[in-house]
Design a protein around this ligand. Structure first.
Ligand code: UTP
Length: 292
């Protein structure tokens, strides 16, 4: 079995980043040189995903434009002697097919993933949040490790996890693992628990491998935290009913950059800009003069 379909939900309103996201998708905000969603797509294509389905919504057309090839722009670069910039558009030629469907009502991430049902059919698939980069250079092969684990364990789902400070558990879905180690079976999942409720500090980190059974679980999941149909609650149902849901820890170099709020977005931008081969060293000097 090969898993080559990935679903990328990008329909959310990004209200925590207003006004930056009033008329542009948060997934198109740049981190360093590229929009966030380009890192996500590069990560997925590098690990062999062949068909990408974006779950979009109103105001998200620029994501579709970004992944189209733009022959006028290419011609303009050629005619104006800027051939060297053509390599910046290399990503347009990734060996992948793009598909788009709309989440017509913003009922939460679980609901967004359920919109992929008719496309995915009866196959396992990857879900990767369009607002989260894994690893500074997006070189992570976490999705590959997750699909391998899914196949080996005949799992119902495999979820990526990252350790977070206990003071941050209220922002994430948190696991109750059955064991220690890089790969573990999950006994329970709790969406955005309080510090005292949290059974661990292992937070869901934006990547999932899901069996098609998830669609039925989502359909039976009632709105939870924030009045939204949460994927965490649907996965919890699967754990209770069939079990066989596993977690994989991200390695330290695979840190997750979730750009959903300004604190995280500013930090990610600065970190990526400082790591930029051309601009990083000069920027470092500049920041030093600013903070002195
Ligand atoms: P978030 O919950 O962080 O996104 O979802 P949001 O709703 O846009 O954020 P705020 O709270 O208003 O600031 C994580 C990912 O899931 C997608 C988002 O686009 C984002 O990439 N998502 C979320 C959907 O596609 N549909 C939804 O109903 C919710």
């Amino acid at each position: 079995m090969e898993i080559t379909v990935a679903v990328v939900p990008v329909a959310g309103l990004g209200t925590r980043l207003l006004p930056a996201t009033k008329s542009q998708p948060k997934e198109m905000l740049p981190v360093g040189r590229k929009p966030v969603v380009q890192y996500v797509v590069e990560e997925l294509t590098r690990v062999g995903m062949k068909r990408l389905l974006f779950i979009t919504g109103p105001g998200k057309a620029s994501i579709e434009n970004h992944f189209d090839s733009n022959s006028e722009l290419v011609q303009n670069l050629r005619e104006t002697g800027k051939e060297d910039l053509l390599e910046e558009l290399e990503y347009e030629r990734a060996p992948v097919q793009y598909f788009y469907t709309r989440q017509r009502r913003l009922l939460g991430l679980g609901h967004a993933i359920s919109c992929a049902g008719p496309f995915v059919g009866n196959q396992p698939f990857v879900a990767a949040l369009g607002d989260s980069i894994i690893g500074m250079h997006a070189q992570s092969d976490i999705v590959k490790r997750m699909t391998a684990c899914f196949i080996e364990k005949k799992a119902a789902a495999v979820i990526a996890f990252e350790e977070v400070p206990r003071s941050d558990v209220h922002k994430y879905g948190i696991a109750k693992p059955k064991s220690d180690g890089a790969v573990f079976e999950i006994e329970d999942l709790i969406e955005k628990p309080s510090e005292s409720e949290a059974p661990s500090t292992l937070a869901i980190a934006a990547r999932y491998v899901l069996s098609p059974a998830v669609f039925d679980a989502i359909n039976r999941t009632k709105p939870g935290k924030g009045g939204e149909i949460q994927i965490t609650d649907a996965l919890r149902l699967m754990i209770r009913e069939s079990g066989n849901v596993y977690g994989i820890r991200l390695q330290p170099e695979e840190r997750r950059y979730d750009i959903g709020n300004f604190k995280a977005y500013f930090r990610a931008f600065v970190e990526f800009a400082l790591a930029d081969k051309k601009q990083g060293p000069g920027l470092k000097q500049y920041i030093k003069t600013l903070v002195q």
